[in-house]
Ligand binder design. Structure first.
Ligand code: ADP
Ligand code: ADP
Length: 231
């Protein structure tokens, strides 16, 4: 039932003779369909944990298993392919290509995944419709508000139907009303499509809507709380 499993995961950085343990023997299991917030002070290892889980970094030690595949045993290229087919990413800074329209941005992962060209447009249009942007398909990021840009990036993360979506401060650059809209969208995707989300956040409003709150400190899990059914 655990879609993501981290076992004894450590990530060490050595700079000028001193070593930082960004992650220190972390064990974490995430159940399919869970909406998890990852919180903790700056420098506690949140982004590193997200990047290790998403296969953007291979950890110094330990195993990352996703959907029964041990990612830490894959080659760089194998990890890349696995990521492409199974994991979506949403960043604080949206990371959209400013020269492409919303539709073209959302089609990018499909081109990369070699989806047949006649299908791409339909899939991307469908994803944009899901996030409520069907009337903004031909706009470029510079012609969209921050909240709309984040919606495009959510559509891009979901266009391939990944089972897992990893978010790094998805509301960090948005005002509170817009942040709330983005949160509602994430919650809806989680409930309706059973997508498993891990969300790194400083935002208490984000943490409050999650099923589970994992707190990191100094590269270790300090607290791990699941919400009671009555809350
Ligand atoms: P958070 O996301 O909680 O702010 P990070 O995962 O970004 O924490 O960082 C955890 C620790 O690892 C910090 O001490 C940070 O300085 C260090 N760190 C992160 N990335 C690197 C890197 N590429 N090189 C060296 N140190 C790093
Ligand atoms: P912070 O968590 O400190 O606010 P960011 O969220 O901007 O910083 O980035 C966290 C980490 O993720 C950084 O180390 C950054 O290099 C990395 N990162 C950001 N965007 C991408 C991306 N598109 N692909 C890979 N890594 C990224």
């Amino acid at each position: 039932e655990e879609i993501i499993k981290l076992q004894g995961v450590s990530q060490h950085y050595t700079l000028g003779g001193s070593t930082v343990k960004a992650l220190d023997e972390v064990d974490l299991g995430i159940i399919s369909g869970e909406l998890t917030a990852l919180i903790g002070p700056s420098g506690s290892g949140k982004s590193t944990l997200l990047n290790v889980t998403g296969g953007l970094i291979k950890p110094t030690m330990g195993d990352v298993t996703i959907k029964e595949s041990k990612m830490t045993d894959l080659s760089e290229n194998g990890m890349c392919l696995f990521r492409r087919d199974n994991i979506g990413f949403i960043f604080q800074s949206f990371n959209l290509n400013p020269t492409l329209t919303a539709l073209e941005n959302v089609m990018m992962p499909l081109i990369y995944a070699r989806v047949a060209s006649h299908k791409r447009k339909d899939m991307a249009s469908h994803a944009l419709k899901l996030v409520g942007l069907d009337d903004r398909k031909d706009h470029k990021p510079g012609e969209l508000s921050g909240g709309q840009q984040q919606r495009v990036s959510i559509a891009r993360a979901l266009v391939n139907n990944p089972e897992i979506v990893l978010c790094d401060e998805p509301t960090g650059n948005l005002d509170s009303d817009t942040g709330r809209e983005i949160l509602e969208l994430i919650t809806r995707m989680n409930r309706e499509s059973k997508v498993t989300f891990i969300i790194v956040t400083h935002d208490i409003n984000v943490a409050n809507i999650c099923d589970r709150i994992v707190t990191l400190k100094d590269g270790k899990i300090m607290k791990d709380e699941r919400k009671g059914k009555n809350e």
